[in-house]
Design a protein. Sequence first.
Length: 467
Amino acid sequence: MSVERMALQVLLPAFPGTTLATDAAALLQEGLGGVCLFGSNTVGGRDALRALTTAIHAAGPSAVVAVDEEGGDVTRLHTESGSPVLGPAALGQADDLALTLATGRAVGADLVDAGIDLDLGPVADVNSNPDNPVIGTRSFGTDPVRVAAHVAAWVSGLQDAGVAGCAKHFPGHGDTAQDSHLELPVVLADLATLLVRELVPFGAAVDAGVAAVMTSHLVVPAVDPDLPATLSRPVLDLLRDRLGFGGVIVSDALDMAGASAGRGIPEAAVLSLVAGADLLCLGPDKDVGLVREVQAAIVGAVRSGRLSKERLVRAAGRVAGLRPTAVGGPFEPEVAGLLAGVPSSLTVEGELPSLAGAFVVLVDTPANIAVGDVPWGLPADLVVAAGAPLDVPPDRPVVVQVRDAHRWPESLGAFERLAETGRAVVVVEWGWPGPYDGRLPRICARGFSRPGAAAVAEVLRKAGWDR
């Protein structure tokens, strides 16, 4: 195989639109490794999505079609309605491994039905920092052992359905307060802490046979003080040598600031391959011109000796074997086995007052980039910005819906003052349930999903809410 073809085979770009453009099809015919889908590719509905994935596979029979489908907050296939399955934090709270296994299998069946080969999930990060702006409810929790058990179960269910899984974001993005889409986070934990916290869920994923592991764009000074993990051989050697992973190492999107700020995407691609990555995500809505630039940079690096041909051959070979043989059955997210565990994913703090005639408010705070613009919360009577003046009808209880209220302290101020006047106010926290003084009763849903929303509504109805 030529160097030019191998340089394409290690690339996973994403193109805009719900159909496959002619120039993108040409790249697939030349050997492009695959295509990653985002919400902009799936908005045409299931039939259009199947037509798109069929076209991709026809143009590139060995190419993988990938997507981020984590359940809960992060969904690309259900951007209009919300995920039909609980997300990781809710599953971790329920702590029912059979439920997590069934959820992974349901997601896998859904992806098989859509013609998708590789799921860029589950998240294996331990969300040890409650101020984390990008992981939060995407994590199964704060305890490494519990997170590890659920990661392994989810991977097993997903791959049983015939879809390759990809645990992320190695070596762990949970102990950060920065978003690597926007800047370069630093994890200050020493190696001993990394081994007993961050690496435990990834070890469980490897033991479960996960097909791929995604890197993170953050610096771990205890391992490599200079380069982010995606570009760092010492960090990726932890995955290969200490954890014994022999599958495909996938980079997180190289258009993110944590990887390419100050160096550009083509250079980040070369450095990532040199470090040991195999399949390079380029980020959403890219054009063919960028793919050609990255291809040329990789070819140039081989010819100059910066990147050995042997390293490129190994990477391309791993990618060539990634696409699984789908065996999934029909997608049935509403089966009793999935729904029965939903109530245990909720926690209620404090005693709920009577909510007869309650007025429902949603405090609209920005979603992180990984979640994107997807629906969340119950239908609201009023949507307000955090800290905006509050105008609610007199003498009615109030249900206020928030996400990560501890990260947006202005979210609840007006409602706490309202409660001081004697008004009944209840908080529904759809985000990560961070530190809270408990002044108002709080229902913690740990991420939005359709079954989670139904469970929250049932709790409110038991308190007298009449919708």
